[in-house]
Design a protein around this ligand. Structure first.
Ligand code: HEM
Length: 499
């Protein structure tokens, strides 16, 4: 018995040494981080509920200063939220490959722009960049205006009582991306399909989180044997079925009427052809030219449908919550709207939006406090020095945008909603990588102009009609572990008809 125990203890100690004292582990463990447990390093520390895991990330950020590590043998992760290190990683082509963390998204987005790498990413980015040309955005702006009017009409039906804003907003943003980038009206696709699509995305988020906290599920082989994998298959069927329908609608339209031509300047050519209206048109054209296949088109439609609606929905949800708590900001926005529009009731155009400077500062401040993409991650393919620590190749590099944006060295009184932080005189001297809601560098958000336009349009339209009264308080927010920033529960606001 003694020898049995002795050998077992000896084997476990040997395993502990192999796992935690190899070359890579030693380098990573020089970086400050939470206390390691026997053999499993920080594994047990991250096995928490969805909200508790996010709380842990906040706790680690406040206990460290801009960098900490997590070591779960054989995976090492350096977590950064200081502007210098963030700049070093996101500005460089050397580190523009997404980390293995995005692997959980692969069954859904496959090789779409968000997760792809190398020449495939470069080619796709080249095909898709023209989607956000000013003249195309101008057309999109009109569609967004009409959609925002419908959104306001929906809000009228629930005015005067607390309402969970997230589902209503996501219907608006889904409808906008569908009609602009995909060239198809959501109403043509069916309400029940749309709701099933949104629910499926939410449930996929839950599965992804399970794969993070139950580390063994990160291994595909084990995950594929689990009931979660079967649930995932069902949700993916719904999501892919919906986007297939979107592609089919637009392809049928193009077969019938051809691709709408745009009147753009001479230098705006893609593959020697003029740019086209919807993003999907560019993909369908590229497919006809043999530059992308059917699967490629579907991958990008999946990516844009998700990135293009869930992010802006999250951004607007928190923006409305914050504005409800800041009546002074609401009134300043309304005064600005009266000044810019002259006739307060007239439709808002793309030319009006840049003149709404105060509104823009409010949206920016809201994205600072509640960045919809709160976390991004890169693969380190070579050793790199971050905050004086040599981080070995093969480590994941997690960038916590949420904690960067609330770093007291960058933003005094960081939890305070203060749109004037973004006045030119107050931003002068701030580190250029202190504010990255859309990331930065070569893999920045391709849809950021679209997103800012949509968010400004929605806030302007809503505040023309309503005064927002607070219900959910920022202190009530409990962020869950998900790809996009979400509260664990409703985010409620009361929309009161403006007199
Ligand atoms: C407030 C809204 C939005 C926020 C905060 C946001 C944020 C981001 C961030 C942080 C990234 C980098 C992701 C990473 O490195 O893993 C990203 C990438 C991306 N975003 Fe957005 N996004 C928003 C809206 C949109 C919209 C409206 C679209 C499409 C119309 C879009 C399409 C994309 C795509 C395709 C990528 C991948 C780009 C690449 O890797 O080349 N996003 N976004």
């Amino acid at each position: 018995m003694f020898w049995y125990l002795f050998l077992t203890a000896g084997f476990l100690c040997f395993l502990h040494i192999i796992c935690n004292y190899n070359g890579k582990a030693r380098k990573i463990r020089k970086i400050p981080g939470p206390k390691d447990s026997f053999i499993l390093g920080n594994g047990p520390a991250v096995m928490r509920s969805s909200v508790a895991l996010m709380d842990l990330a906040r706790e680690l950020a406040s206990n460290n200063s801009g960098i900490y590590r997590l070591w779960i043998p054989p995976f090492g992760a350096v977590n950064i939220y200081n502007a210098n290190d963030v700049e070093k990683i996101v500005s460089s082509m050397k580190f523009n490959e997404k980390s293995q963390v995005y692997r959980v998204l692969r069954p859904w987005l496959r090789d779409g722009l968000l997760v792809s790498k190398g020449s495939k990413w470069q080619e796709r980015r080249k095909i898709l960049t023209p989607t956000f040309h000013f003249n195309i955005l101008r057309q999109f702006c009109q569609v967004m205006e009409e959609n925002a009017q419908r959104f306001v009409a929906n809000l009228k039906e629930v005015a005067g009582r607390p309402v969970d804003v997230a589902p209503i907003i996501s219907e608006f943003t889904l409808s906008s991306i569908c009609e602009t980038a995909m060239g198809t009206r959501l109403s043509d696709l069916g309400t029940s399909e749309m709701n099933a699509y949104k629910d499926a995305i939410y449930n996929l988020g839950y599965i992804f989180y399970q794969r993070f906290i139950k580390v063994f599920y990160f291994v595909d082989f084990i995950f594929n044997l689990s009931p979660l994998s079967r649930m995932q298959e069902g949700y993916l069927k719904t999501v892919h079925g919906f986007t297939k329908k979107v592609i089919q609608e637009r392809t049928e339209y193009i077969d019938k009427f051809g691709v709408p031509e745009q009147d753009l300047s001479e230098d705006d050519y893609v593959y020697k052809r003029k740019k086209k209206t919807a993003m999907l048109d560019l993909l369908i054209t590229a497919k006809k030219e043999g530059l992308i296949d059917d699967i490629g088109v579907q991958e990008e439609v999946d990516t844009f449908m998700f990135e293009g609606h869930d992010t802006t929905a999250s951004g607007l949800t928190f923006c409305f919550m914050l504005l409800a708590h800041h009546k002074d900001a609401q009134e300043k926005i309304v005064d600005e709207l009266k000044e810019v529009l002259g006739d307060f009731k007239r439709p808002i155009t793309i030319e009006d939006l840049p003149k709404m400077k105060y509104l823009e500062r409010c949206v920016k401040e809201s994205l600072r406090l509640y960045p919809p993409v709160h976390f991004i991650s890169r693969s380190l393919n070579e050793d790199v020095t971050l905050s004086d620590y040599v981080v070995p190749a093969g480590t994941f590099c997690h960038i916590h945008i949420y904690d960067l944006h609330r770093h007291p060295d960058l933003y005094p009184n960081p939890n305070k909603f203060d749109p004037d932080r973004f006045l030119p005189k107050n931003s002068a001297g701030r580190h250029p990588y202190a504010y990255i809601p859309f990331s930065a560098g070569p893999r920045n958000c391709i849809g950021q102009k679209f997103a800012m336009m949509e968010m400004k349009m929605a806030v302007a339209e809503v505040l023309r009609e309503f005064v927002l009264e607070p219900v959910t308080h920022p202190d009530d927010i409990r962020i869950i572990t998900d790809v996009v920033l979400r509260n664990d529960g409703p985010v409620e606001v009361i929309f009161v008809k403006r007199q």
